[in-house]
Structure formats: C-alpha cells, structure tokens
Design a protein around this ligand. Structure first.
Ligand code: NAP
Length: 485
C-alpha cells in the first residue's frame, strides 16, 4: 500500500465497524477522496480488498496517513472511546498544523471533549467532538450527526458531514450544535431519551401481554398498527419485528427465550448523572436506566420472589379499550420523556455556555438515529412557535395531546399497580406531570423538616424574606439570612 501525498479531503482513523462504514459512506459521495488508517494494518488491508470501488487512500503508518491529507487536514477518529481516542488524538495533534481539524466521532463523554478541545485548540488545531447516531447501519447509509467545536471548523466540516448524513424531509440530519462538548452532550441526551422510549414501549408490551393475555405475534400486529400517526417511529417498528420473531431452535416466540436482563453501555447513566449535577429532573430517563439495573440483579429478584406467596390477581379489562388506553398512556409518557431530555439540553447549554437551537436538534433526530420519529416534527414546531417555552408540556399541541390522554394514562397506571405489573416509566412520567400540574406541592413540608433539623430556613408565601423557626426554643419565627449549609 502506498500513500498519495495530500490528495484526500477527509481521513478516517479506526477501521472497526463504525469507522469502516463511515469511510465507505464518505467515499460514496461525490467529491470525497477518503484517506484511511487503523492501528492494526490487517483491518485496513481487509477493507481495501473488500471495497476497491471506494478508492480509499490507505496508509499503514500515521505519518503516511497525515501526509495523504489535503490541507487544511481533516480527520475523523472512530476508535474505542476513552484511552484509545486520547492516543489517536495525541498522534494526530503531534503531526497536524494550525487550521487542521481533528474530529472525534466516537461516543465520548462530553467532559472529555471539553478537556480535549481546550488542549488541542491551544495548538491552533480545531477539535470537533461529534455525536454520531444510528449504529453501524447509520454510519454506512446516513447517520444523524451532532457536531460541536468552533463555527470556523464547521465551515469546512459541515458540508462533508452533510454529504453523508441521513436526510429528513429533504434536509440533512446535521447541524452545528454548539462549541466544544455541545455535540457529545446532545448525543448523550439523545441516548438517555432512547433508554426512556425503549422502556416505555417495553412497559406497554408487558401490560398488554400480562393483562390482555395476547401472544407476542398478536402484539406484533398491535405495534404495527401503532406505527402510524403520532407513535410512528423506528423503535415501534422494530418492536413489532422483534415480537414477530420465532426462535428457530424451540419454535417459541423469540422474546420468550431471551434472558430478561437488559444491558447498558453507560450513556443513559451519564445522562442521569449529569441531570443530577444540573438539578434537572429526568425521572423518566432515570427510571429507564434503573429498570435495566433491576432486571440485571437476578439474585435479588429470586430472593424476593422466594418470600412472596401470592401475586395480585390481574384486573379484568376490555381488551380493545385497554389497548387504546395504553397507546394514549405511551404517547403521554413519551412526551414527558422528551420534555425532560430537552430540559437537560437547556440546562446544559446554560451551564456550559452553548447556544443550542432546540428545534434544530429535534430536526436532525428525525432520521438516521435510533429515536427517529414523526413525533419530532411536533417538537420542531413547538420550538418554532416559541423558542422560550419553559417545558415542552407548555406547548399548546403537547398540552392538549397529554390532556386528551390523561384519563387513559391514569387508568393504565392504576390498573398496572392493582395487577402487579411494574411500570416505572409510565408511573414516574405521570407523577412528574402531576407534580408540574399541582398548585401546591408537599415541598413546603420538606422545607419545614429541613428548617427543623438543620436550620436550613424557608420562604413564606405571604411575605418577602428568609425565615427560621426556633424549633428548640419557643418556636417563634425570626427573619434571617439564607442558610449556606
Ligand atoms: P470499537 O470496538 O469501539 O473500537 C475498535 C477500534 O478502536 C479499532 O479500530 C481499534 O484498532 C481502535 N483502537 C482501540 N484502541 C486504540 C489505540 N490505543 N490506538 C489506536 N486505535 C485504537 O469500534 P466501533 O464499534 O467501530 O466504534 C468506534 C467508536 O464509535 C466508539 O467510540 C464507539 O463508542 C462509537 N460508536 C459506536 C456505535 C456502534 O453501534 N458500534 C455507534 C455509535 C458510536 P485495532 O484494530 O488496532 O485494535
């Protein structure tokens, strides 16, 4: 293999599944010449042999790879997140010149991206942390792309990314999210929302299966029917496919032979950890992450099951009416999950100084990524109508959609509780909605408790100022300074 000096307008480092598919996608677009490099040359050689049509400029050393890039050099790193990414960044940064662009397209933690951007930009080199969603298939055929970094770097990079992105209603699913870690932050929240959406669909399935006693094959038809109108989405579509599947070895429904312990790669947990730091309630996402954790503690599940002698009798329902109720509850809970996700984006933008266009984020999620859905158009419209809404639940369309499903939502959550079917997603979404909807919350009592044991002070509803009651004295009230402890 020989490298051709300076002919490639874009390079990709990391020829595992994501990098090789992204490189092939880039090579298939008019005007791109793609340089490729992988630490172990075998992967590069294999890709070259399998895809001669791509016209890759392949290198077996990092020096040759850098030399094969036209200036300003632009290279996308698609290697293992963490130490692998740091190693490749430093190899490129040693060789790149001011004005060149290093793009990290892996699943980086946005805090790492902020740190890396600071280090690399000090050398005059642009560093762009980019969320890329859609897995292997998306990388090959068109992902949803969430780049951070400087506006200047985006001028060069934007058209290249637009050429490979998924297309929704004629628009490429890429937009400059904001500076430094903004892209990876938004990708993280995307994944958190994905956890919540999947959990809600799983709860809908569980309720239908347990309470209406329909088979997976019958439920596949229900989900197929739901995959039109407001619920139309990739996740509903694949749910029907999974439920339809029959295990070749046993002839049983595939869903019944899969161990009921869900795994996780960590981005859902990151979303929740950061929401805690930002003080943003994302209960729907948190419950989805915890539901996977609960499922993955078989020792606790069997120990508790051993103590239980009987389970609640499943409530009798009219099958069709209940299925309609679940559909409404699913939609309302989904609205809450997305509202919480966008709240976290708003809070992150404020904390880290990013100017994020929420409508543009919803737009680029309409195709290429796992949460792609019709529904995102409604979010685009909500932010177009009023970019300053404090919650998606305030938007007139969503407010009326949730209100019209509210009774069904309550019937579903209460029927689930009476029947002993766990619905952490539906239940927490409804409680969140009720919390926002309540004129008065028991937070007043919590403030009283805090003042009692820790002199944490409170405000009054009828008077300005900060107060403390002398609980261990004569219980009179004094005006005071806000507690700092
Ligand atoms: P991966 O399994 O995460 O990583 C393997 C690649 O990383 C190989 O090319 C490997 O090179 C390289 N690598 C690891 N350590 C290295 C080091 N110290 N120096 C140089 N190269 C190193 O690959 P992947 O599944 O294609 O994912 C790539 C990135 O995309 C990851 O950040 C991943 O989180 C992200 N991502 C993946 C998906 C997905 O669906 N898989 C979706 C979105 C984003 P060798 O061949 O030499 O070992």
């Amino acid at each position: 293999m020989s490298s051709t000096a300076g002919t490639a307008n874009i390079g990709v480092v990391g020829m595992a599944v994501m990098g090789s598919n992204l490189a092939r996608n880039l090579a298939s677009r008019e005007g791109n010449t793609v340089a490729i490099f992988n630490r172990s040359p075998e992967r590069t050689r294999k890709l070259m042999a399998e895809h001669p049509e791509a016209g890759f400029v392949a290198s077996e050393s990092i020096d040759d790879f850098v030399a094969s890039l036209a200036k300003p050099r632009t290279a996308i790193i698609m290697v293992q997140a963490g130490a692998g990414t740091d190693a490749v960044i430093s190899e490129l940064a040693e060789r790149f010149e001011p004005g060149d662009i290093i793009v990290d397209g892996g699943n980086a933690n946005f805090h790492d991206t902020i740190r890396r951007e600071k280090d690399i930009s000090a050398k005059g080199i642009h560093f762009v942390g980019t969320g890329i969603s859609g897995g292997e298939e998306g990388a090959l055929n068109g992902p949803s792309i969430m780049p951070g970094g400087t506006a200047e770097a985006y001028k060069t990079l934007g058209p290249i990314l637009a050429s490979i992105a998924a297309v929704a209603e004629g628009e490429p699913c890429v937009t400059h999210i904001g500076t430094d870690g903004a892209g990876h932050f938004v990708k993280m929240v995307h994944n958190g929302i994905e956890y919540a959406d999947m959990q809600l669909i799983a709860e809908a399935y569980d309720l239908l299966r347990t309470i209406t006693k329909r088979s997976p094959a019958e439920l596949a038809e229900v989900f197929t029917a739901w995959n039109s109108g407001d619920l139309e989405s990739y996740l509903i579509e694949i749910t029907a496919e999974v439920l339809k599947q029959v295990d070749a070895k046993t002839g049983k429904p595939f869903v019944d032979i899969v161990l009921d312990q869900a795994g996780a790669k960590g981005t859902g947990a990151w979303t929740v950890q950061n929401a805690l730091d930002l003080g943003t309630p994302v209960g729907g996402i948190a419950e989805a992450v915890f539901a996977r954790s609960v499922s993955s503690h078989p020792e606790q599940r069997s120990a508790v099951q051993a103590t239980i002698t009987s389970r609640p009798t499943v409530v009798e329902v009219d099958v069709d009416t209940f299925a309609d109720d679940i559909r409404a509850a699913l939609y309302a809970s989904k609205v809450v999950a997305y509202a919480q996700g966008f709240d976290e984006i708003i809070a992150g933008a404020k904390q880290y100084g990013w100017d994020i266009d929420k409508g543009a984020v919803a737009k680029i999620w309409r195709a290429g990524c796992i949460i792609r859905a019709q529904f995102l158009n409604r979010i685009v419209e909500a932010y177009q109508n009023n970019p300053d809404i404090t919650s998606l639940l305030e938007d007139p369309y969503f407010a009326s959609a949730v209100a019209s499903g509210e009774e069904a939502w309550r019937r579903v959550v209460s029927t689930a509780a009476l029947s002993g079917v766990p619905v952490p997603g539906f239940g927490s979404a409804l409680s969140y909605y009720d919390s926002l909807a309540s004129k008065r919350l028991p937070a007043a009592l919590v403030q009283g408790q805090r003042d009692f044991f820790g002199a944490h002070t409170y405000k009054r509803v009828d008077e300005e100022g900060v107060f403390h009651t002398l609980w261990s004295g004569d219980r009179s009230e004094i005006a005071t300074e806000p507690s700092t402890h």
